[in-house]
Design a protein around this ligand. Structure first.
Ligand SMILES: *[C@@H]1O[C@H](CO)[C@@H](O)[C@H](O)[C@H]1NC(C)=O
Ligand SMILES: *[C@@H]1O[C@H](CO)[C@@H](O)[C@H](O)[C@H]1NC(C)=O
Ligand SMILES: *[C@@H]1O[C@H](CO)[C@@H](O)[C@H](O)[C@H]1NC(C)=O
Ligand SMILES: *[C@@H]1O[C@H](CO)[C@@H](O)[C@H](O)[C@H]1NC(C)=O
Ligand SMILES: *[C@@H]1O[C@H](CO)[C@@H](O)[C@H](O)[C@H]1NC(C)=O
Ligand SMILES: *[C@@H]1O[C@H](CO)[C@@H](O)[C@H](O)[C@H]1NC(C)=O
Length: 527
């Protein structure tokens, strides 16, 4: 080991202190100071685990997020934050298949975000860059900011985007509903966390080189579902404007019931029962006093008890933040955001259907939507008959009712100011497209640079210019027309011979008729 004479060690420490004091990668947020880490190989500066709200614990449990308390000194922001409490399978930190940072463990104290910004070698930010706010996936029950690397997006943008990846409360911690929560707490707390983080971006993003007027929100699956919610939040009149662009990748839109629907109350009562809070006078006070591990057990039990492929805790219509069914807001044009980009995968439903169970389309619909009667089930039978095997039809019901048709309802609200793409590279399941724009965690299965570049740049071009036709650099994508009902979309596929097949096509009319049916029964399905 190299030993330094004592004096030069002191000198080294002294000069280090001086450097730190002027380090451009230190940001002062008013309530705290954080120091980022410059990746000098790429000139991207990264801040992990920036607190944006007070710990939502104790009396703040089930309540709207609050501003953080003052923390003196400079915190080194180089450790992935604890993620929010998790449910469902395959997310244990010891799972050998997971490639996320191993220090990430679930905690109630999880209201953190990660910032990635283009800089010079000292961490000095650039100015006025378009900013991406990313909402992670995980069915509103799992996931975290560490699940992908914001550097991927910065590279694809040729260092022209600031990336913020936020966390929000999950499962019953973020989405417990019921009349009692409305009375003594905050409904849709997980969505409120997201909005709180977007307001944090408005206030602080210039310190990282971002332009608060040029924010795009983007997410995949429940992250895209979150984008869907913020588009209709506050009656579509959120002040100030928190984002100009919105991107949805495989929008997950589970049934969204009224906060006091019998289903919401049923789940609330289960939580209360499993925490031994049933017979107390003040159930909310009892839930707030409960040990987090007890609540977490109730959380995982209740989610695991859900019907195969569904996630029990989800956004509700709360009458305040989300005032009516989003599809109604779309019809009325009551939306936030200026321009929309929506991508769906060809087979969104397959991963959420047990492929060894023999069922019909009608049975699947009855299982998914408890308020369906035989009459709606018959309509489903008729609409899906002729679309392949029973299993294929069941996959179709799952994918179209919960992912794809809600995306088209959203598109209709943005007709003439939206772009629509379909990812069809086999198997084209839910999430199959993810590795093409976040390659850091897993290599894209199809190794064709022209294709990968075209698909990935769709998003960065949109974030920078609100138009995938104004490209970061040249790609194989032909002219991409704006989406109007029933007209052109962009296909992203590879031929069997391994050539990119990227071209525009018209939306299938039989498919649109099935969506019309799902719209017509929205009052029963919670859509
Ligand atoms: C990083 O920025 C410095 C200027 O601070 C520059 O000299 C260097 O070439 C840049 N490195 C890369 C990889 O862009
Ligand atoms: C609830 O009460 C029962 C009976 O007193 C007890 O066995 C159980 O451990 C308690 N559960 C919790 C989560 O406290
Ligand atoms: C799917 O269904 C089969 C047959 O009922 C069952 O044995 C299997 O455990 C189910 N798979 C999952 C992942 O639940
Ligand atoms: C995508 O390409 C595959 C061949 O690789 C083909 O089987 C499939 O039908 C194509 N999908 C669409 C929507 O064109
Ligand atoms: C759904 O319910 C609302 C209010 O209860 C009603 O105005 C609307 O017409 C219904 N929509 C459909 C498609 O039945
Ligand atoms: C489902 O049916 C119950 C019982 O009739 C009713 O109270 C509830 O409002 C319905 N929910 C939806 C989403 O239709």
């Amino acid at each position: 080991m190299l030993t330094l004479p004592r004096n030069s060690l002191l000198a080294a420490l002294w000069s280090f202190t001086l450097v730190v004091a002027q380090n451009p990668s230190i940001v002062d947020l008013g309530y705290a100071q954080y120091q980022g880490t410059v990746d000098t190989a790429t000139n991207i500066t990264i801040l992990l685990g920036v607190r944006y709200a007070a710990p939502p614990i104790g009396d703040l449990r089930f309540r709207a997020p609050q501003s953080p308390a003052f923390t003196p000194g400079v915190e080194i922001a180089n450790v992935q934050p604890n993620e929010c409490m998790q449910a469902a399978k395959g997310i244990s930190p010891t799972n050998p298949l997971e490639r996320r940072a191993t220090e990430v463990v679930p905690s109630e104290d999880c209201l953190f975000l990660n910032v990635y910004y283009p800089s010079d070698a000292t961490g000095t930010p650039m100015k006025n860059l378009p900013t991406l706010v990313w909402f992670h996936a995980g069915g509103y029950v799992s996931g975290g900011a560490s699940t992908s690397n914001g550097e991927d997006i910065i590279r694809q943008s040729n260092h022209n985007i600031v990336v913020v990846r936020i966390q929000y409360r999950l499962g019953i911690f973020g989405f417990l509903a019921g009349a009692a929560v409305r009375e003594d707490g905050t409904l849709n707390a997980g969505l409120r966390d997201q909005e709180f983080a977007m307001r944090w971006v408005q206030k602080h993003i210039t310190k990282f080189g971002g332009d608060p007027a040029k924010v795009t929100i983007w997410g995949q699956s429940a992250g895209a579902g979150s984008v869907f919610q913020h588009i209709v939040a506050n009656g579509g009149k959120t002040q100030p404007q928190l984002f100009r662009g919105a991107i949805t990748s495989s929008t997950f839109v589970p049934s969204q019931y009224a906060f006091d629907d019998p289903i919401s109350e049923f789940i609330f009562n289960q939580v209360v029962a499993q925490t031994n809070c049933t017979s107390v006078v003040n159930a909310m006070a009892c839930l707030r006093a409960a040990d987090p591990t007890v609540l977490e057990t109730a959380n995982t039990n209740i989610v695991a008890d859900g019907f195969f492929g569904t996630f029990t805790t989800a956004p509700v219509i709360d009458g305040e933040f989300i005032t009516q069914p989003p599809t109604l807001s779309f019809l009325q044009g009551k939306v936030n955001g200026q321009v929309l980009l929506s991508i769906t995968n060809a087979f969104e439903g397959t991963l959420f259907v047990n492929q060894s169970v023999v069922a019909t389309a009608a049975e699947q619909a009855l299982d998914l939507f408890p308020n369906f009667t035989a009459s709606q089930a018959d309509e489903v039978s008729a609409l899906y008959a002729g679309l392949g095997t029973d299993l294929f039809q069941v996959n179709g019901v799952m994918g179209e009712s919960i992912f794809i048709c809600p995306t088209y309802s959203l598109l209709h609200a943005f007709a003439g100011r939206a772009f629509k793409g379909e990812f069809a590279v086999p198997p084209a399941f839910h999430g199959s497209d993810f590795a093409y724009y976040y390659p850091g965690n897993s290599t894209p299965p199809v190794n064709n640079m022209a294709f990968i570049n075209a698909f990935a740049q769709t998003f960065t071009s949109f974030i920078i210019n609100l138009d995938p036709n104004i490209k970061v650099s040249d790609t194989i994508i032909p002219r991409w027309d704006k989406y109007n009902v029933g007209n052109t979309e962009m296909l992203f596929n590879m031929t069997e011979a391994g050539r990119p097949d990227v071209r525009s096509f018209n939306t299938d009319e039989a498919f649109l008729r099935r969506c019309q049916f799902w719209n017509s029964v929205g009052n029963l399905t919670g859509h």
